[in-house]
Design a protein around this ligand. Structure first.
Ligand code: G1P
Length: 305
């Protein structure tokens, strides 16, 4: 039986350039989707899935993330004194979540690339597998995406990538897995990833969507890449390269995730995530649906923004 996964890493040091200028002062992880920031969706998902150690890898300009999760007893006292108990509870709930997930922060250090925060966090993880989730995605799923990944790891004892079906026109945005064998319940044996292929070059109809079970063997590959980087000082440290190096002679799996997936990493997708989440909200949903009906009936909104 492989060890249970208790630890997770959220790389959050990126510039959020695809969302500029919105993300000039606000970290993209702090943009709201529904009534919470994107990164809180990720943290809730991890805590619900039994993760008890979350490392958020940050860089300068990301202190709002820490402010969001930090307890604020003065604010809570003030709200209670004003009789605003509902708000006080909402503020406390976020700090409780951070405590349950035992969130710690690390400053990203090392060469550019999305493998570096994983290697940074691995120093604290030791010889254990860990979940790595990009904070770009929001999932609405009966079984949380993180839990689906953990189950796939428990079944295989091997690295696992979260996958979703992808339209051919979108393959250029994602890593697309080379599928060797289609097993039961959305579990696929894969032999590697092709990064951002044109539709005609895509090896399958799935995309890797920024959720990984990273095992010590993958961390060793990242360490080796980084060692080489310091020799030559060119290129970047990519998790995909480490996965491909590992997959050359060892088993790697993909798990097709059950649920709805919202990417929040580019402006159009972010707005869709916002809209969908507002529509699903018990309070905000009904007026928005009325607006959508009015629009269908031809109400002119030009000049309304
Ligand atoms: C990274 C990965 C890619 C994956 C994507 C998901 O790419 O390299 O395989 O499909 O995240 O968001 P990036 O978008 O950071 O270039």
């Amino acid at each position: 039986m492989p060890p249970t996964i208790r630890r997770a890493v959220i790389p959050a040091a990126g510039l959020g350039s695809r969302l500029l200028p919105l993300t000039k002062a606000i970290p993209k992880e702090m943009l709201p989707v529904g009534d919470m920031p994107v990164i809180e969706h990720t943290v809730r998902e991890l805590v619900t899935s039994g993760i008890t150690d979350i490392t958020i890898v940050v860089s300068g300009g990301k202190s709002l993330i820490q402010d969001h999760f930090r307890p604020n007893p003065a604010l809570v006292d003030r709200l209670r004194a004003d009789g605003k108990n509902g708000y006080a509870e909402a503020v406390e709930e976020v700090a409780d979540l951070a405590r349950e997930g035992h969130i710690t922060y690390l400053d990203q250090q090392g060469p550019y690339g999305n493998g570096t925060p994983v290697l940074n966090a691995a120093r604290n993880v030791g010889d254990e597998p860990m979940l790595v989730l990009w904070p770009d995605d929001v999932f609405v799923a009966e079984v949380p995406r993180a839990q689906q990944l953990i189950s796939a790891y428990e079944a295989t004892g091997c690295p696992v990538l979260a996958l979703m079906p992808v339209e051919p026109a979108e393959t250029h945005r994602y890593g697309v897995p080379v599928v060797k064998e289609d097993l039961d319940d959305g579990l696929l044996r894969i032999t590697g990833l092709v990064e951002k292929p044109k539709p005609e070059d895509a090896p399958s109809a799935y995309a890797a969507i920024g959720g990984y079970v990273v095992t010590p063997g993958i961390v060793d590959e990242l360490r080796e890449q980084t060692r080489r980087w310091y020799e030559h000082r060119t290129g970047e440290i990519y998790l995909t390269d480490a996965i491909n190096a590992y997959a050359a002679d060892r088993a790697v799996y993909g798990q097709v995730i059950q649920g709805r997936w919202y990417d929040t990493g580019n402006p159009a997708a972010y707005l869709i995530a916002q809209f969908a989440s507002a529509l699903a909200h018990p309070e905000y949903g009904p007026p928005l649906r009325r607006l959508a009906r009015d629009l269908d009936a031809g109400t002119d909104l030009s000049g309304a923004t």
